[in-house]
Ligand binder design. Sequence first.
Ligand code: ZN
Length: 137
Amino acid sequence: MATNCALYKLIKLQYASETYLQLNLPPHIQRAITQIRVSAHNLEIERGRMARPHPIPPDQRLCRHCGQVETEIHFITECLLYSNMRKQMLSACPVMFKNFSGADLFMKLFTSTNRIVLHELGIFICRAMARRQSYLG
Ligand SMILES: [Zn+2]
């Protein structure tokens, strides 16, 4: 719960309106962005929180590819399982993100008001989720 709130604040930072909802993005792209923003996904950080009868401690909600804690930030900006897709996304963006990584990059992407950036981000999320699905089998 605390993790979700922290994430939401990070994304909300300097972000008055939900611009991405007004950019006429294709529905599946918009959905993909929303999915990450509101933690409606099955990354380990969220699966562990929902685990019954007992939630898994946050530091044990690990990525099954690399063993790091699988947060939204890990998924979007760090995990090497998606590095090719991530490179494609970043190189297709008309904004320079190369000086940013981790939480900073995450915030830059999700608070962008540039339609192309958000479109690329949505495509990345869709492709990376599919890659993750097939990796987990
Ligand atoms: Zn990973």
